[in-house]
Design a protein around this ligand. Sequence first.
Ligand SMILES: [Zn+2]
Length: 342
Amino acid sequence: MPTNIGIQQEPCSDTTLDIIAQGRNLIDSGLKSKLWNTEEALQKRAYRKCYSVLLHTQLAGLGGERQLYYFNCLRCADYIEQCEDGRLRSHYCNGRLCSICQAIRTAKAISQYLPLILSFADPCSLTLTRRTVTGENLRSTIRQMEVEFRRIRDIARKKYNFDCLRKTEVTYNRESGLYHPHFHIIVDGKDVASFVLEQWLKRHKTSAHRNAQEMESVEAGNTKAIQKLFGYVTKLVTHIEGKSFLVPVECLDVIVSALYNKRALQPYGRLIQAGRETEEVDDADSVAYEAPHASTIGNGILGKWEQDAETWVDQRTGEFLVEPLRGKNVRPQQPIPTTIWD
Ligand SMILES: [Zn+2]
């Protein structure tokens, strides 16, 4: 029986911290004074960390084959260290559902791909779907979809410039208990998009209906139409008759398993070069923000995460690195955001 994870909100979705996570370049270009607000950034990260611990405690509690993977996610950004250059660093888990890593991943993807997508002469968005499937068949179905899309790409690029970014997403349908794998795509050229759609339907005569696919032109500079590409690979909530329900952790586990070792974002054409950098979050992303705690420079660990306190605590003095979130009443009351743009 699926369990409710008992979490009321997903972390706030501001990307400031994550843009700062790309900080070295920003420092070099002299932008740091405009973007860096260490306390606010730490509070947002603390909120994500708090949520991530709740979620991954329950995922690890399933005791399945991914238990170690989820334990690793529990330790994401457990420590904040201040290094000799004065910057704060953490180590990341690279977990698919980790709020901290997803926020960094999103910021990386935006910096890599968005400028190129905004330069498309005739951007067009496509959503390619097929019938929902059971959890058992999810991974093989995604695999088939990827193979079909690659075949379509091979034909399309003989006729067109195939500049495209494809995001794989899976949602869970609480009513049917089935999973819905689909691709969100941005492609340059309405004729290219039409060709891809036509080929997709031709190859999924019995498993995809035209009305379930979406295709629309994107106005130049309209970043809203592109936002679907940069969020989570799944939604953490499901909607029935206007009400929101958290997706049971068992189902999130099925989705994590189906997408294991798969790229969520697949670039084509001109975007391939931009996508050379890995999707993984690693130590190269660990320079998060500059700290005002000059007295601790070079002294090692600055704070250890304590879930009860909802903040990082200095192990020598007992001081909080930032004020606990509950004290600041920063938890959003609105419905759970599903992407960083909400
Ligand atoms: Zn993480």
